[in-house]
Design a protein around this ligand. Structure first.
Ligand code: UT7
Length: 323
């Protein structure tokens, strides 16, 4: 027998405003065709002016709790993966905690940029397996529209806002790879690559800053590192690539998603793809894809899923779980 962190609820929230690629043609030297061909993105959602990351996160959390048939009283901890919290402090997670009416337990943010949800899932799993929490709400929520340089066509057309959430619950498994729940995680970072993807401002430099990215350099790292981390996590779980029902990748670029699936020897029929509708929502992209994948009828109970993500840091990682 072994304790497992099992997904018992999933949900997401997307802001109302949908922005098609053609919007950018009005102000930038770009085209719907370029954006679609190079990234796979067709549209993205942008938060309203008065809508913040904790608003998005709370809506996604409520959807996940409803899906689980639970209330905030049933939750021991909240982790929000975000790089775009409402305030410098307190954490977005404590704001969500208050909004859900939860007065016990604990809440904190995890900041690993686009890999944030994978890092948050791994932390939640560790809390559950070490007996510090029985049920954890794990949320990825971002308002990257707030850190875009709208004059930089190489970045501002790529990102979007949104949130997704999972409820993880301690359940007993057999201790085999047939168990439901998180089966293995693999986390990595290498700070030498800071200049490839960063925000040129922050608290300690007294500004908010804008996202800066050497996209083609990040691209070069992505397929290789994502394949390796996914295969490492699968290996730790005692599984191989052919056991995977769904790759649920970070949704940054369709060419990275396709390249990784190909390198893993899996067809695109086994990949949940939402990048066309959401753009790159950083830490929100994986829980959004899990929630949409379930809604579409792609992800079913018992399916073996590998999630993988890479982003600023560089930070990257993967989680293998049985739904
Ligand atoms: O989520 C965090 C991790 N981030 C990622 O995974 C992003 C990884 N990178 C990418 O997705 C891709 O590198 C991009 C989509 C950002 C760019 O695609 P690319 O095929 O690597 O293009 P590139 O950066 O090499 O640029 C090719 C050309 C350049 O023009 P020149 O120098 O060849 O004349 C760019 O100036 O495309 C130009 N370009 C644009 N043209 C029209 C860059 N942005 C645009 C644009 N519209 N929006």
């Amino acid at each position: 027998m072994a304790g497992r962190s099992v997904v018992v609820g999933v949900g997401h929230y997307l802001p109302e405003r949908v922005v098609p690629n053609s919007e950018f043609e009005k102000t930038l030297d770009t085209s719907d065709e370029w954006i679609k061909t190079r990234s796979g993105i067709e549209r993205r959602h942008f938060a309203a002016e008065d809508e913040t990351t904790s608003d998005l996160a709370t809506n996604a959390a409520e959807a996940a709790l409803a899906d689980a048939g639970l209330t905030a009283d049933d939750i021991d901890a909240i982790i929000v993966a975000t790089s775009t919290a409402d305030l410098t402090f307190p954490s977005a997670a404590t704001m969500v905690q208050a909004r859900l009416g939860m007065t016990k337990g604990f809440a904190f943010d995890v900041q690993a940029v686009c890999a944030g949800f994978v890092f948050a899932l791994s932390n939640a799993n560790a809390l559950i397996l070490s007996g510090q929490a029985k049920r954890v709400l794990v949320i990825g929520a971002e308002t990257f529209s707030r850190i875009m340089d709208w004059t930089d066509r190489s970045t501002c057309v790529l990102f979007g806002d949104g949130a997704g959430a999972l409820v993880l619950e301690l359940q007993e498994g057999e201790g085999t790879s047939d168990d439901r729940g998180i089966l293995a995680t693999d986390l990595n970072s290498d700070g030498r690559y800071k200049d490839l993807l960063y925000v040129d401002g922050g608290v300690s430099t007294q500004s908010t800053g804008h996202l800066r990215m050497q996209g083609n350099q990040v691209f070069r790292h992505a397929v290789e590192k994502l394949t390796k981390t996914a295969e490492t996590a699968l290996g730790t779980a005692g599984l191989g690539n052919s056991d995977v029902d769904w790759i649920v990748p970070h949704q940054a670029n369709i060419r990275i998603i396709q390249g990784t699936a190909k390198k893993m020897g899996l067809p695109m029929e086994n990949v949940v793809v939402t990048v066309q509708d959401h753009g790159n929502t950083s830490a929100a992209s994986i829980p959004l894809a899990l929630s949409v994948g379930k809604q579409r009828g792609q992800i079913k109970q018992g399916d073996l899923i590998v999630t993988e993500a890479i982003g600023g840091g560089l930070a990257w990682g993967a989680v293998v779980l049985r739904w």
